[in-house]
Design a protein around this ligand. Structure first.
Ligand code: N01
Length: 543
């Protein structure tokens, strides 16, 4: 006989609730359930597992990390049995991989899909988290763990008239599962970040006419994607330990190390030869050409000039070439995109570029987009306008800690947190790859594995020592935010004034540098030292 449906009035009692069934949530469920033996449920609004990769189905969506590194490394068996087909994995392949992980580790029975968390309130009396959802089912758990992703809350610009548009419009991060047919259509893409740069060449292949609305010109390096041959697949598997070692002991958790060279230790010709080789090799590794590209403006300028020249050589129309290469920030101060034919796309006669710095968007009309000079007739508008990054998805939930104080209030001046793992006033709540962690400055899976293992070890420590709670102290959190911003100020990163790293892409969001830019190794070492000092900066105890 089937069990009767749970009554919404009776909460499901658990040890832990995890919000989000992407890379983080799946691994967190596995460790808490199978390693610690806790009762756990993962809640996710989507109808499938995958997190970011469930939602981001826009044309051309693929990962900029190389596939052999964009994977879990905790299981040798999993590494050995999974075959990636291309140098950079496409969204459907990553989604298949995460579904495989869910099946292989028998995770599905503890994942509740189609369930959006509406609120999570800490009970001062019972010391538990009380969670409400849009299905009416409620939960009560000792530990509340957010695995909501850093780039999951779509940033849809508030442009007047959008409601009046008679065509279709989409945000890349909320792409319809049935896809969008661009054939024979006049399409406008707003946004030229990593997403727009991936989508624009693919949309251009299908659309009758494409207009790209560019507010900030961007650097991009050719990805040089290609199918992986058997020799490389074998090599990646045989050298998995080596790759893991490199990824966990460098600055950015990618499977390559930053060069020890300084840009001005070489003549201009030698330096350009180094850039040329990196350009031909393709990918994010370009920024590792010299050690000081993000520290020294003059060094950075040499990379910026090299890329600008490449843009001018590639784009045949002089006006477009100037607009595409008129970049206002240092190279890699914003997350550097990689592309497959982005600049070449502007040589197609049916692709136009509109420079929003000269002619800003004034409104959206029933027919299309109206700038200060022209009304562009469009059938489809694609907003590749990014995300309310790092804090957006957390703040959308009504999270309240001790004494009913909301996360919104605690983060009024920016995301106060300790190590990107905990927030003062929110006991037993953990934020996987939360603001203040290196996360988005890294290849994400190693950063996620580190956080999930740290949280698991922390909970195991509490259980073993009969301790009931852990909470970041106010003082340690304030110091950590200062540490993050001081580390950012040692680099050129804050010079990208419109960057989502700073929250500057969302009107009204406090300008605080959010990810920790001191490097993955330094961060991991700091986390380890804090544990060795008895969780220094955390208030640990029985209540
Ligand atoms: O978003 P973005 P994204 N009017 O914020 C423009 C990750 N990612 O989705 O720079 C006009 O970078 C905005 O202009 P400006 C990766 O970490 C990973 O592209 O603010 N334009 C900018 O051009 C990446 O960094 C992969 O002046 C407006 C663009 O929209 C992050 O996601 C693949 C506007 C937004 O760029 C976000 O990238 C893709 C407006 N009102 C992305 N508002 C992987 O490989 C915004 N823009 C894993």
């Amino acid at each position: 006989m089937n069990a009767p449906p749970l009554s919404p009035s009776s909460p499901v009692l658990l040890d832990a609730i995890v919000v989000g069934a992407g890379f983080s949530g799946l691994y967190q469920l596995l460790l808490l359930r199978d390693k610690l033996g806790l009762s756990v449920k993962v809640l996710d609004a989507a109808q499938g597992v995958g997190g970011t990769w469930y939602w981001n189905r826009y044309p051309g969506a693929r990962c900029d990390s190389e596939s052999h590194s964009y994977a879990y490394y905790f299981s040798k068996e999993l590494l050995n049995e999974w075959e990636w087909s291309e140098r950079y994995p496409q969204q459907p392949e990553i989604l298949r991989y995460l579904n495989h992980v869910a099946d292989r580790f028998d995770l599905r029975s503890d994942i509740v899909l189609g369930t959006k968390v509406q609120s999570a309130h800490y009970g001062d009396t019972d010391k538990r988290w009380h969670i409400t959802t849009d299905t009416g089912q409620t939960y009560s758990a000792k530990y509340f763990i957010t695995a909501v992703g850093c780039l999951s809350s779509a940033n849809i610009p508030t442009i007047s008239g959008l409601d009046s548009f008679s065509g279709q419009w989409f945000h890349t991060g909320e792409w319809p599962h049935e896809g969008v047919d661009f054939k024979g259509k006049n399409v406008g893409v707003v946004g030229t970040g990593s997403t727009g740069i991936q989508a624009i060449p693919v949309i251009a292949e299908q659309a009758k006419h494409l207009t790209v609305f560019q507010r900030t010109a961007n650097y991009s390096i050719p990805a040089r994607n290609m199918p992986l041959d058997d020799a490389f697949k074998r090599y990646a598997k045989e050298n998995a330990d080596h790759f893991r070692e490199v990824m966990t002991t460098n600055t950015n958790a990618h499977p390559f190390r930053l060069s020890e060279r300084l840009a001005f230790d070489f003549s201009e010709a030698e330096r350009n030869q180094i850039y040329e080789e990196a350009w031909l090799k393709g990918g994010l590794q370009f920024r590792a050409s010299f050690k000081d590209l993000l520290q020294n403006s003059d060094s950075n300028q040499t990379a910026a000039d090299f890329i600008r020249n490449k843009i001018r050589q590639t784009v045949t129309d002089h006006v477009k070439a100037e607009q595409l290469s008129d970049i206002d920030h240092p190279f890699a101060a914003k997350r550097p995109p990689i592309d497959s034919g982005y600049f070449e796309t502007f040589n197609l006669t049916h692709v136009d570029l509109v420079n929003l710095r000269e002619t800003p968007i004034e409104s959206i009309t029933p027919r299309g987009i109206k700038t200060s000079t022209t009304e562009f007739n469009l059938d489809v508008i694609v907003f590749a306008t990014g995300f309310d990054a790092m804090t957006g998805s957390l703040l959308k939930m009504d999270i309240q800690g001790r004494h009913g104080v909301s996360l919104q209030k605690t983060w009024q001046a920016g995301p106060l947190n300790y190590l990107g793992l905990q927030v003062p006033g929110f006991p037993n709540m953990f934020t996987i790859t939360g603001p203040g962690s290196p996360s988005v400055l890294c290849n994400m899976p190693p950063a996620i594995e580190h956080h999930v293992e740290w949280i698991t070890n922390c909970i195991e420590h509490l259980q073993k020592n009969k301790m009931d709670s852990i909470e970041a102290s106010q003082h340690a959190s304030e110091n950590w935010v200062a540490t993050v911003n001081a580390a950012a100020n040692e680099t050129l990163l804050p010079q990208a004034k419109h960057s989502w790293y700073l929250g500057a892409n969302v009107p009204g969001k406090p300008r605080v540098f959010m990810p920790y830019p001191g490097g993955f190794l330094r961060y991991r070492t700091t986390c380890e030292e804090i544990v060795n000092k008895g969780y220094a900066g955390f208030i640990v105890g029985s209540e």
